[in-house]
Each structure stands twice: as C-alpha cells, then as structure tokens.
Design a protein around this ligand. Structure first.
Ligand code: ADP
Ligand code: MG
Length: 365
C-alpha cells in the first residue's frame, strides 16, 4: 500500500494550527468591534442626604470613570449643602430661618426645585406639600427626638402647612423665596430625585454611558447593564427586611423611586409612626398603600410622585395616574383578599412579581 504523503501527526498539527489562527482572528476582530477588553467597573459609597448613596459606573476607561465618579460625589455634596434642612448654611435653612419675615436670595437650583415642589403640590391637590417642614420637625422621625408632638404645637404647624403661601420670585438680581410667617420648607420628598437628575446630567457630560445611581433607593439607571442589557432592579418588600424584594423591574434609561412607611418610623405602644405625612392631619398618612414605586425618565418627578401617591392612597392614585403621561407605577396595597400589586399597563411586561403570596390584580390605565 502506498504510504500517504503526509503523516497523521502532521495533519493534526495543521488542523489545530488552523483552528487557533481562526480563533485569534475572531477574538481580535471582536476586540476591535467593541473596543474593549472586559468592562471596567468603578463604585463609590458615602453617607449623604441622610442615606447611603452608591454610584456604580461601567465602561472601558478606568481613569475616566474614576474622574467622573469623583465629580458625581462632589456634585451630591454641593447640592446637599444647598438643599438640606440639616445643614445650617443651606439655602433651605436660610429660608426657614427668615421664617417669612423677608425674602431670601437662593441659588437658581434651589429656586427651581422649590418651584417644582410647588408645581407638584398644586397638581396633587396638596398631597405633596414642601411646607410640611414644621410637622416633620415636630415628629423628628429618624432622629433621637422622635415622638408624638404636643397637640397644640402640631395644630400650629398644621395651620402653617400650605404650599400656596410660598412665593418664588425671579428678579434681575437673582431668585428669592418668600414664605408665610412661621412656615418651614422641607424638600426631603423631592431632593434626592433632583440630585439624581443632576448626577445623571454630569455623568452624561463626562461621557459615561452605563451607570447605576442609587441614592438610598432613589435609583436611576443609564444605558444598559453590562450583564444583561436591561437593569434588573429589586423592589423592596414592604413587610420584609431590607434587601428582600417583592418584585423585579427590568428597565433601562429611567429612574425608579420607591416610597413606603417602612423606610423610617418609630414604634410606640405597638403603633408605627412613619415619615410620610398627611398635610391635612399632620399625622403620618393613614394610607391604604404599603409601597409606591414610580418609574419615570425624570427622577425629580418620580420622587415627588412616590411621596404624593402614598399620601393619596390607592383609588386617588389610580385615577391620577390616568392623567399622567410617561409615568409608570407599581403600587402595593393590602386588601381583604390579600396583598395586591397594581401595575400600570405599559409597565406590565417590565415587572416580574417574585412574592408568591402577592397577586397582580389589575393593570392600571
Ligand atoms: P424617602 O425619604 O424615604 O425616600 P420620600 O421620598 O417619600 O421617602 O420622602 C419622605 C420625606 O419627605 C420625609 O422624610 C419628609 O422630609 C418629606 N415629607 C413627608 N411628608 C411629605 C408630604 N406630604 N409632602 C412633601 N414632603 C413630605
Ligand atoms: Mg419622594
């Protein structure tokens, strides 16, 4: 028998070499296409705005991401210094210290945000009201002084709660805020949303295209997740410890904001007193909702709405949501037939219920 020109060994070598060459060409081509090795992740965490803020950025250039992250953290600090009631030199503290005796010059940003807060107050019929400051202070929820206020004092704070009495005055020399005498402004229900929007704006300017901004549950995602395209955000279970989720929101390029009575409260004689107040009673809102999640491109709006809808309760929230455009919601309510999750029609496909004891009953809208 005639011996083959090439030995078997040589043929195997040739095949392996050919496969390796194809593989190398393929890998270098995909590298060129994506312009990347594995994506870089940078993350920082800090205690700001009365909560833990955590920002995570993804991309190819670690140095660029680090710079953007530093800028984002500085931006949060800068805005906290303007908007916090707990910082004596903030714009809001200056307004509160003036106590309605004279108009106070504030930064353009503070003026804008107070204007936004008043706009949502009007649209929600006062369910959202930044002049709840006096009530918030008396209850002191989340502080060492938390307790049920003296009825006389509460009555007084309640009579001063009226967003219609706040003026935002734009003059050539700047923006001024004038409250009624004795009023106190508190932006706790909207500031985190605004800060989130500003951080997002900054990150876009810095060329960041994939990010998760988490200001204590007030979340915004940018671009797509490095893992799966959509970001999978767990929604805090209202009756379970922190970190337990009742459902997952699969989203991209939006803000997801949740409000609930479980966030901040104190307990006395078996009763829980939480931090979202009904501006008509001065007491923690006796809402039939256990959790309100708003999904919107704009985080400022989502933050104001999550607080407002909680105060409005299920029925009013449902009819209000009909009137809003580009706002999606997930509401949790305890009903005689069990715990029900209401999801707006357009968001139904993006929401995955995880708790088998809850039921999605109605798609809103
Ligand atoms: P969280 O601060 O837990 O994210 P929210 O966004 O719902 O929750 O805001 C609650 C905060 O908003 C309170 O701590 C208080 O500062 C303020 N607040 C409470 N009740 C109201 C209300 N009815 N309207 C506007 N702000 C409110
Ligand atoms: Mg809010």
């Amino acid at each position: 028998m005639k011996k083959s020109k090439y030995s078997l060994k040589f043929i195997i070598y040739l095949t392996v070499a050919a496969i390796a060459a194809v593989l190398i060409i393929y890998l270098s081509l995909t590298k060129i296409q994506t312009g990347s090795q594995s994506p870089v992740k940078v993350q920082r965490e800090s205690y700001r705005l009365g909560t833990i803020v955590r920002i995570t950025l993804y991309g190819n250039d670690g140095v660029k991401l680090d710079k953007a992250l530093g800028g984002a953290m500085d931006e949060i600090e800068r805005l906290e210094n303007l908007l916090s009631v707990n910082i004596a030199s903030s714009d809001v503290s200056l307004v509160n210290r003036a106590s309605g005796n004279y108009p106070v010059k504030v930064s353009e940003e503070t003026g804008f945000l107070i204007g936004k807060a008043l706009e949502w107050s009007k649209r929600t019929g006062g369910a959202f009201d930044p002049t709840v400051g006096g009530i918030v202070k008396l209850w002191g929820i989340g502080t060492k002084k938390a307790g049920i206020p003296e009825p006389v004092l509460l009555q007084q704070a309640l009579s001063l709660t009226d967003f219609r009495k706040v003026l935002v005055i734009h003059e050539k020399s700047g923006t001024f805020i004038k409250t009624a005498k004795g009023q106190r402004i508190d932006l706790g229900g909207i500031a985190k949303g605004y800060v989130t929007d500003k951080v997002k704006e900054l990150l876009v300017k810095e060329g960041v295209s994939s990010a998760l901004i988490d200001l204590g549950g007030n979340i915004a995602v940018m671009g797509s997740s490095p893992k799966s395209g959509k970001w999978k955000l767990g929604l805090q279970h209202p009756f379970m410890p922190r970190g337990e989720y009742f459902g997952i929101a699969e989203v991209s390029d939006v803000s997801v904001v949740t409000s609930g009575p479980y966030e901040r409260y104190f307990e006395l004689d078996g009763v829980k007193y939480h931090h979202i107040f009904d501006p008509t009673t001065g007491y923690p809102s006796q809402s039939d909702l256990n959790s309100v999640t708003i999904i919107s491109e704009n985080s400022t709006d989502a933050d104001a709405l999550s607080t407002a809808l909680f105060v409005m309760g299920l029925d009013k929230s449902v009819s209000f949501l009909h009137k809003l455009k580009n706002i999606e919601a997930v509401l949790v309510a305890k009903k005689p037939q069990g715990t029900i999750v209401y999801v707006t029609q357009n968001f139904r496909k993006a929401f995955v219920l995880k708790d088998p004891d809850m039921k999605i009953e109605t798609a809103l809208q």
